[in-house]
Design a protein around this ligand. Structure first.
Ligand SMILES: [Zn+2]
Length: 113
């Protein structure tokens, strides 16, 4: 990647990092006092909590990916597939600057191979 492309990737990563950090710093939905009223209301509250936790988990994983990519930028290994060691195509990095694998290895990782 050219220095301009690397700078653009860094800018995208830093913007994503700010967004994810904001997501994570929002206080979680706290369960309100349990009432002996409607079962349905209680069930939907549990659902809302679980959804909130799931989103939080996703943001946490996203942040890990973004931080790891920023670390690779600092070390000068940005854009190298962590699995096969080949260069990740620029087009892929422009869309997904936090990608740690080339398309082929990403698929293999997803399949658990
Ligand atoms: Zn690869």
């Amino acid at each position: 990647m050219s220095p301009d492309q690397l700078a653009a990737a860094r800018a995208t990563l830093e913007a994503a990092r700010r967004r994810l950090t904001d997501d994570l710093s929002e206080p979680p939905e706290t369960p309100s006092q349990m009432t002996y009223g409607s079962q349905a209301a209680a069930a939907s509250e549990v659902f809302a909590q679980q959804r909130d936790l799931a989103l939080r988990d996703k943001s946490g994983k996203g942040l890990e990916l973004v931080d790891a990519a920023l670390a690779r930028l600092d070390r000068g290994t940005f854009g190298t597939c962590l699995r096969c060691g080949r260069a990740i195509p620029d087009e892929r990095l422009e869309v997904l600057p936090w990608a740690a694998f080339c398309v082929r290895c990403q698929q293999l990782e997803k399949d658990g191979r």
